[in-house]
Design a protein around this ligand. Sequence first.
Ligand code: ATP
Length: 483
Amino acid sequence: MSAPNIETIVSLAKRRGFVYPSSEIYGGLGSSWDYGPMGIELYNNVKQAWWRWMVYERDDIEGLDSSIILNRLVWKYSGHEDTFSDPLVDCKECNSRFRADKLEQEYRIENNIPWSVAFVPPAPFDDIKCRNCGEINWTDERPFNLMFRTHVGATAEDDPDALVYLRPETAQGIFINFLNVLNTSRRKLPFGVAQIGKSFRNEVTPGNFIFRTREFEQMEMEYFVKPGEDESAHQEWIDACNQWFQSIGISQANLRLYEQPKEELAHYAKRTVDIQYRFFPERKEEERQWDELMGIANRTDFDLKTHSKKPEDAEGKRLNPDSTEDLSYFDEQTKQRFYPYVIEPAAGVNRTVLALLMDAYSEKTNDKGETRVILKLHHSMAPIKVAVLPLAKNKPEIVGMAKAIKRSLQPVLRAVYDDTGGIGKLYARQDEIGTPFCVTVDHQSLEDEAVTVRDRDSWEQERVKVADLATHLRQRFVLEPGQ
Ligand code: ATP
């Protein structure tokens, strides 16, 4: 079967309660989405799996949860106030707005022009057609800062002292807490600090379902190392992250590593490798089918230095006159003081959810020739692990037994009871949300104290004694990454 496109996933997601368009009863809000009963389970499973992998299973990483609204100076010295912007162009014919860098990137791919060939502005915009109306009539390029602004306290809206931003990344909350975590956890290099949380970017062109939204959630970890050990640590994290996505069930064939060319690198980065997923299999050019799921950057010592009061320029002037701390590290062994380098694996929860849904989507034809959707999610990611279904809902003994089985499984597994349809329909519904096993209670169960366990992927059924059910399921589940 060919890979599903995002539209197929959007429709399944709405039908089965994964993701709904936000504010729909008021006409929606562009590119905002709400996670429904199934979606939030999948979403939480992703976060739990990541946290467990990062923080619990390793010995060198601590957790943190910093504020969304930080002192404005954080964003001044991180460089976001000056440089966290996208280049904008408008089509003068139809007023559509685009990111100039994305248009240029697509133009290069379509015309096979490598990044080593530099363009002299305004080229290539003399050749690029508007994606909306097909005309070529662009405004000049201008920067657009992506940070959402708001004001704290009961002050006038234009009071510059009250201006704050919603954070556009979780990373800065980690850097400004470097000394706090170092001192309270008594860590030595190398060590990392992980954080999961919402970030906000006033994206110029959001879209493609939950791929690019203005409100999203990030899973970021800053790994602090001695300068000189940064390159090998970076490579280890690239390999480990690639492996992690496979461990939660994303197929290797749909993942690839993308080495950012020098021209694309952020000003502070020494090297950045993205893990890309084949989000757009329907696109003609192979190169345009891939996009970023995660970025893994070597940020050098830029972040800790820029937030420190110490560094001075050639004339002895402090580069950061506002900071009250020096975020350097003292190495007891070598008796040297320096600013650690930082390796940053940064992934999006929402894009991971999208990749999981796309990767798990499959179709199968039943005996009657009907096509059924099966979401072959890794067991650890499945929103519901077991559905207990009564074959006859008007028979109190069967219903009672099914409900009792559901209750007995509940403490160890996310289990549900469902009697809202015929058994064929109930199975189909569970297949579509990715439930690995269905347990069916029938008339025979009342006599032999046994139930039927049905497998989502093979549709094979097995008779199991109720007394052995929990052990039987435990043996068949593959739950490592999440639970
Ligand atoms: P892009 O190039 O796609 O805009 P980025 O390079 O700016 O992404 P990072 O700053 O590296 O993204 O953020 C790390 C991760 O956060 C991304 O790999 C992605 O998974 C997620 N992310 C970033 N922006 C968004 C967004 N607008 N919507 C959903 N997820 C996002």
